[in-house]
Design a protein around this ligand. Structure first.
Ligand SMILES: [Zn+2]
Length: 108
């Protein structure tokens, strides 16, 4: 695991399972309680990108933005798009890559 973020094992299993089952990128927020709140990926090309509607955005300070890279995505770690998003939203980000079976974490 390429992250310095300590993730709850049950939560990790849940995120992996949801990511593996989806052809599209899934996205949502991990709350401080370790609950995952999945929100709709509204990007026009959801197989390759994710986008969260401002209405669904969770601004709670400790919330971590999670999304997945489905198995067809070769990018190792965060994409340019992901990093641009983070620059804009200033959120901690967690990514799960199905292809590499790895989690990646990045603080803003
Ligand atoms: Zn991404």
């Amino acid at each position: 695991m390429n992250t310095n973020y300590q993730l709850d094992e049950n939560l990790m299993a849940e995120l992996k399972m949801k990511s593996v089952k989806s052809e599209k990128e899934i996205c949502g927020f991990i709350l401080e309680s370790n609950d995952f709140v999945e929100v709709k990926n509204v990007h026009p090309d959801p197989k390759n990108y994710f986008l969260i509607s401002p209405a669904d955005y969770i601004w709670e300070k400790g919330a971590i933005l999670f999304h997945s890279h489905p198995s067809h995505i070769d990018t190792y770690g965060f994409s340019k798009w992901d990093l641009e998003n983070q620059f804009y939203f200033q959120k901690k980000m967690l990514l799960y890559s199905v292809k590499y079976d790895e989690f990646y974490f990045k603080a803003p």
